[in-house]
Design a protein around this ligand. Structure first.
Ligand code: GLY
Length: 376
């Protein structure tokens, strides 16, 4: 019997497992495949509160608070795991390709200033001194300093080690089919093999698959949103910064790969890479940096983001079943939101002091009321 069973071994499940174990719980994490190999692997590792938020509000507050934890969180994980995760506070250049985009970025600069964030506009001449490979059609860029990046694959692997080091029992290849509860109290989970595993609390952190579990006390509005990506091989150092337009983002890695992402497609759990997806990524990338036309494509992949109707994650206790908790629906921001998600969930599960979960992320909020059918 564990104090806490976590369903799902992505970055959210792993980071919450580590945090709960550090706070003294016995934690078992069940992952149907290999930990960190779904959306956490497919992601790009951009840590972009300002780029991902559309307005002030709980999402931006939560994202900024999570970003502020990143440096020390990563340092702890690197130490516990003995691995490095390529965390860089390198900033992002948000590029304008038209007068309309310039106008929108100017508004974003003013908004950033109201939040005390550092965003600076570069005219084309100054910009090209910094980034000589940029297309002549780029009409300026906003440098967002509070926009960092991490190698999400290396982070996921390090988190597996750090969670184990904290005492988490990680069981790979164990698929949870159902949540078991009786009389409004959680009992544990049942696996696809038919085994019941009992636990005092259960946390569902199964990303896009969270709504497909049997026995849920209510349908949960999480749906898959496919993202296709590719990596180009670059010779020599590319920009240290993330470059982003309305169409694509380009993310450098130390090993010379340049990640190009990502499509946003509501096609259910349809796996794979499409001609149209790859074309849109390549066109977007070459519009920004024409010289990339000669770069080899070294990898392409896709993954499923866990989308919600309002784009906010679903965090915290189930209103119906005592001992059941949610940490899912992080959509485009699971990597960014992991450190704070882990802390608020662990505090909610263990009790005691700590930052609280915003009401806007609750499982019974009105925005989740229209539930799509689970698609697989
Ligand atoms: N975080 C970027 C994406 O999901 O494409």
């Amino acid at each position: 019997m564990s104090d806490l069973i976590i369903v799902g071994g992505g970055i959210i499940g792993l980071s919450t497992a580590r945090e709960a174990a550090i706070r003294g719980l016995s934690v078992t994490l069940l992952e149907r495949g290999r930990p960190g190999r779904e959306a956490s692997w497919a992601a790009a590792g951009m840590l972009s509160p300002l780029a991902e938020a559309s307005a002030d509000g709980p999402f931006l507050d939560f994202a900024l608070a999570s970003l502020r934890r990143y440096r020390s969180w990563v340092a702890a994980i690197e130490e516990e795991s003995g691995r490095t995760v390529e965390y860089r506070e390198s900033g992002k250049l948000r590029l304008a390709l038209s007068a309309r985009e310039r106008g929108l970025l100017e508004q974003r600069r003013e908004w950033a200033a109201t939040r005390g964030l550092h965003a600076r506009w570069f005219e084309p001449a100054e910009l090209r001194e910094k980034e000589p490979g940029l297309s002549l059609s780029v009409q300026g860029a906003l440098l967002i300093e509070e926009d960092f990046r991490v190698d999400n694959r290396r982070l996921s692997e390090a988190l597996v080690e750090a969670a184990r080091e904290a005492g988490v029992r990680i069981q790979s290849g164990v698929e949870v089919e159902a949540i078991e509860h009786r009389g409004g109290r959680i009992l544990g989970v049942r696996t696809a093999e038919g085994d019941s595993i009992s636990g005092d609390r259960v946390l569902i952190a199964a990303g896009a698959w969270s709504g497909a579990l049997q026995g849920l006390p209510r349908p949960i509005a999480v749906t898959p949103v496919r993202g296709q990506m590719l990596a180009l091989g670059t010779e020599g150092p590319f920009s240290e910064r993330v470059l982003e337009s309305e169409e694509v983002y380009l993310i450098p890695r130390d090993d010379g790969r340049l990640l190009v992402g990502a499509t946003v497609e509501e096609v259910g759990f349809e796996p794979g890479i499409t001609a149209a997806g790859i074309r849109s990524l390549l066109e977007g990338a070459l519009r920004l940096v024409p010289g990339l036309g000669s770069a080899p494509i070294v990898e392409f992949w896709s993954g499923f983001r866990p989308g919600t109707p309002d784009g906010h994650p679903i965090l915290g206790p189930s209103p119906e079943v005592d001992g059941l908790f949610w940490a899912t629906g992080h959509f485009r921001n699971g990597i960014l939101l992991a450190p704070l998600t882990a802390v608020v969930l662990a505090a909610a599960i263990v009790g005691g002091d700590g930052p609280r979960i915003p009401e806007a992320f609750a499982a019974d909020r009105p925005a989740l009321a229209s539930i799509p059918e689970p698609s697989g």
